[in-house]
Design a protein around this ligand. Structure first.
Ligand code: SAM
Length: 342
């Protein structure tokens, strides 16, 4: 489940950016280059632009009209702003990347809300940064600032953050690549494992789509059950997950996208442990759109298999678009539902 992220942190960071520009004539340059990492809200970037910065924004998650790649651009930059990500390891990774993109003396900022762990986040700044100061506390958000004093300890690049862990879905352990912030880091999700148990054999030359593929376990297991020449397309909105999937399922084709418009059918098998965003009325929006659009990209007699928490109305969503929906497995809190296109 993906918790929603409030966007009060960006306005608070914007307030700090504006006030420090008014308060100090600290910029030697006319147009200092600012890098903003992983902030989906526009407030900070706008405030920096209004105070004369040239701003580059980077996202790992597909954000229309913006730079979405597995690793931030090189720069160089005069300052960096990092939006507190979901996990501590990801915070350490982004701050390390931030530090590798500026020179000694430049400022690295981390901002986020109290319920995202910003209060104890100073420890995530890498070796080689000076004392971390709290620049602003407001509306349960904080802006932390530290100056780079030396190069950060690891090589710059996603590769330095790779974790390899043996994963086994019943056909033997294989070393699996994870990067910070991917779904089910370091393990096989139990719902994913249950869907793998239900996977059908696919015929030679079959085309498989894994929607919300993450690091790729469903696509890899489906390919294992595939006949000669089966091919898999792995669709995900997170460029870093797809970088892991490229390592784990080298035979697959990775596609960065947010919906089925990103791929061309027909597919003989679509598998998914789809993203569910908790806490908002529109939390089922992605899975709703995915199931609604699935008949368009499914081959005739093609099969769609989805795993989800049983309390979610995924069976009802499937029944709106397909005539017959079966339950292939029902274990603990999760249920695997399948349907065949007419
Ligand atoms: C529950 S995880 C499943 C990952 C993987 N299939 C597994 O079973 O381990 C859902 C995945 O959907 C991705 N995702 C989130 N929103 C998406 C969207 N709109 N379109 C495609 N993928 C999305 C997330 O990045 C995440 O990797």
């Amino acid at each position: 489940m993906i918790p929603p992220r409030g966007d009060i942190a960006s306005p608070v960071a914007a307030e700090w950016a504006r006030s420090r520009t008014r308060g100090e004539a600290h910029h030697a340059k006319d147009h200092p280059r600012a890098l903003v990492l992983a902030d989906p809200a526009p407030h900070l970037a706008r405030a920096l632009e209004e105070s004369g910065h040239s701003v580059t924004r980077w996202h790992r998650f597909l954000t229309p009209g913006q730079q979405c790649t597995a690793w931030p651009p090189r720069g160089p930059f005069d300052e960096v702003w990092v939006r507190m990500p979901r996990s501590s390891l990801e915070a350490a990774m982004l701050l390390h990347a931030a530090s590798a993109r500026v020179e000694d003396g430049a400022r690295i900022h981390l901002f986020g809300a109290g319920d995202e762990g910003i209060r104890s986040a100073a420890k995530h700044f890498p070796a080689g940064t000076g004392e971390v100061q709290t620049a602003l506390i407001k509306r349960r958000c904080r802006v932390l600032v530290a100056a780079r004093e030396a190069s950060p300890p690891h090589a710059d690049g996603l590769g330095s953050w790779e974790t390899r862990v043996p994963i086994d879905w019943g056909t033997g352990a294989r070393d699996w690549t994870f990067y910070p912030g991917v779904f089910a880091h370091g393990r096989l999700d139990p719902a994913t494992a249950l869907l793998i148990e239900c996977l059908p054999r696919v015929p030679a030359g079959a085309r498989i789509l894994d929607f919300g593929a993450g690091t790729g376990p469903l696509a890899a297991a489906a390919l294992e059950r595939g006949g000669d020449g089966a091919e898999a397309v792995l669709l995900d909105a997170d460029a870093i997950s797809l970088a892991a999937a490229a390592r784990n399922v080298p035979a697959g084709k990775q596609v960065l996208g947010r919906d089925l418009a990103a791929v061309s059918g027909p597919f003989d098998l679509i598998v998914s442990n789809p993203p569910i965003h908790t806490g908002k009325p529109q939390s089922l929006r992605t899975v709703e759109a995915f199931i609604r659009e699935a008949p368009r990209v499914l081959a005739r007699r093609g099969e769609l298999i989805v795993v989800a928490q049983r309390r979610l109305p995924v069976g009802d969503l499937l029944a709106r678009s397909f005539n017959r929906v079966r339950t292939d497995a029902d274990r603990g809190p999760v249920r695997v539902r399948a349907t065949v296109a007419p």
